[in-house]
Design a protein around this ligand. Sequence first.
Ligand SMILES: NC(=O)C1=CN([C@@H]2O[C@H](COP(=O)(O)OP(=O)(O)OC[C@H]3O[C@@H](n4cnc5c(N)ncnc54)[C@H](OP(=O)(O)O)[C@@H]3O)[C@@H](O)[C@H]2O)C=CC1
Ligand SMILES: N[C@@H](CC=O)C(=O)O
Length: 404
Amino acid sequence: MVRQNADKILDVTGCKLTVKTALVRNLDNYTKYADETSLTTDFDEILNDDEIKIVVELMGGIHPAKEYITTLLKNHKNVVTANKDLIASYGPELMAVAHENHCDLMFEASVAGGIPILRTIANSFTADKVTEVKGIVNGTTNYILTQMSQRGWSYHQALAQAQQLGFAESDPTNDVTGKDAAYKMIILSQFAFGTQLDIKDIAVEGIDRLNDADVQQAASFGYVIKLLGIAKLFNNGVFVEVGPVLIPRDHPLATINNEFNAVMVTAQAVGDTLFYGRGAGGLPTANSVLSDITTVTKNIILGTNGNLFNNYQQPYIPAKLADIKYPYYLSLTLPDVPGQMLKLTQMMTDVNASFREITQTKDGKIAHIAIITHRMSKEQLQTLLTKVDNDQSINLSAAYKVMG
Ligand SMILES: NC(=O)C1=CN([C@@H]2O[C@H](COP(=O)(O)OP(=O)(O)OC[C@H]3O[C@@H](n4cnc5c(N)ncnc54)[C@H](OP(=O)(O)O)[C@@H]3O)[C@@H](O)[C@H]2O)C=CC1
Ligand SMILES: N[C@@H](CC=O)C(=O)O
């Protein structure tokens, strides 16, 4: 992209960009690039090169990326990164180092790949109050769910293909367990609400324990299951969660397939807005990296480096469990003997919850029950789940939020 769009970049920024040096671990693996850029295994070669104004970190992981970026910023190099693990965990610390050293630290590609969502929230929602950001922010899991439901692929076949296509992280554990989406939701919350959450503050569930039976059951209720990140204000308290969610079939988020991502930002004045695009893959991600690089370049020309990518900072006040309300999908099995359903109904009544839809199928002496509840608070849900957990005969396999 730097080469192909060199003229346009020159027109817009006033600079010709060149990829001068690439840091690699093993020179032998990268000889095919040796003609177009200088390769090194020595980080100091980049650090001490005064001609290099912007360093792009795309190695991933926390270490040594954090140490490299800190050293670079302290040595007045601007940094662009796509590293959500690092920014979610140490973003404010690194941004402070950038600011102190009058450097830019930008990370548009860290959330939703090719969708320019961070700069949009930072610039275009400044004067509005964002009340919710929710969406599909992991391309790998959305690709897996799509291939499983549309092509009948197995989970492992779909994951292997997502790795092959370059969507998955080098270790895909964070993708499938929801941790990658959680990191992205932490960054989105920084921009939307100004708050810095820790991954420990967030309930995170992935698709690795999702049952095909629940996908089918959700479909017969009229829903599609997607791995959704939700960051929402309830009475001004912040609630962030990642997990499988039942989305009504006709909702825009239900139609997002493959590696595509979509982020819905809701704000008081503007209402709902939806941003859609490829959330993973080399070129879409490169577009976001290049948008950061060209922004930093313009700042270098204007002498305006050192402004924070996100200026909004607020204390983190968690939402109260009693305020967080959703309908829930519950999937349970219990012995098909008289009195069991009555017991379950009593447990629901005890926590003031009620059924919106319920279906029962039988498999020998076991009854499978799928329920959609009316809206209930997280506090009610937790009490109900504890009651179910304490009952030896009832086995709960899924408790997912329902949208709408
Ligand atoms: N893939 C995607 O769609 C997206 C990725 N991202 C983020 O972008 C970053 C890169 O992702 P991706 O390209 O998929 O990851 P890969 O694992 O495919 O590539 C990482 C590269 O970094 C190199 N590397 C790792 N550690 C070092 C080191 N210590 N020194 C030098 N080189 C190193 C690896 O080299 P080697 O050949 O030696 O292994 C490899 O070439 C990650 O932070 C990821 O989360 C963000 C948005 C989308
Ligand atoms: N592994 C990530 C890549 C982009 O962030 C994903 O699948 O979304």
